[in-house]
Design a protein around this ligand. Structure first.
Ligand code: MG
Length: 249
């Protein structure tokens, strides 16, 4: 069918046209902003989870025998789901006490500075963010990670993978408190962002956040990265463009 053959093209050209808008506004001395979520948008977190599970299986093999056994045969990252319960079930880890223990050890590590370096950037993400930045937009990393446990690791990993960070034309906005609701946080912060300049592009992987930000900045190009997201998410609002990754051919 004609439409399915062309399916990827509009998304690709829209990625480039967002950069053109930035260039055009910059040439006129105007301030533009591009909002990038991190988890599931610029980074694939499945590798962080697998690294952590592997570490737990080695460090506590007596308390996590099912997990240790799972790693004898593990070979596919696709086993890692958004939900750790589903991931462990797929790996054959069924004993409730073992599951509870692993979840506790996983959470200590997953939400910490030290383990973010095991995230894997989404294909083309670094090159695209760099282009948006060079075109003159302020790159805003807007993430539900929190300042107390994850800001240092967030900055470190952005620098490690070559994303613009800490320099002029960049901004990292994290939550003050971990317990704060993600959607409310992003809604509140968008009021502040709105005062800084024109938002030209938004990148998210959570449908709820995507919808909130698109409604708040209806003139911006809104992109939804198809990775993983919370179960039971709302339908994506019309006009939000789906992407598999950030590559521009
Ligand atoms: Mg996300």
């Amino acid at each position: 069918m004609k439409t399915s053959k062309k399916e990827g093209r509009p998304g690709l050209s829209r990625l480039e046209s967002a950069i053109s808008v930035v260039e055009e506004r910059t040439a006129r001395g105007k301030s533009t902003l591009a909002i990038f979520d991190l988890d599931g948008t610029l980074f694939d977190n499945r590798t962080r989870t697998i690294f952590i599970l592997r570490e737990i299986s080695e460090k506590f093999c007596a308390k996590a025998p099912g997990l240790s056994k799972a790693f004898e045969a593990f070979q596919d990252l696709a086993a890692v789901d958004y939900s750790l319960d589903i991931t462990l079930d797929r790996l054959g880890v069924k004993h409730p006490a073992e599951v509870a223990f692993i979840k506790q050890e996983w959470a200590k590590r997953f939400f910490s500075d030290e383990y973010q370096r095991y995230d894997m950037p989404i294909l083309g993400a670094k090159a695209y963010v760099e282009r948006v930045h060079k075109a003159g937009a302020t790159v805003i990393y807007l993430t539900g990670r929190d300042v107390g446990r994850m800001l240092v690791g967030t900055t470190e990993v952005l620098r490690l993978y070559g994303f613009p960070v800490g320099v002029a034309g960049t901004m990292t906005i994290v939550k003050k408190e971990f317990e704060q609701d993600d959607e409310i946080f992003k809604k509140e912060v968008s009021e502040y962002i709105d005062r800084l300049g024109e938002v030209v592009a938004i990148f998210e992987n959570e449908p709820a956040n995507s919808n909130i930000l698109q409604a708040r900045f209806p003139k911006a190009a809104s992109f939804f990265v198809q990775t993983q997201h919370r179960p039971g998410a709302p339908a994506l609002a019309p006009g939000i463009h789906k992407l598999k990754d950030f590559r521009i051919k």
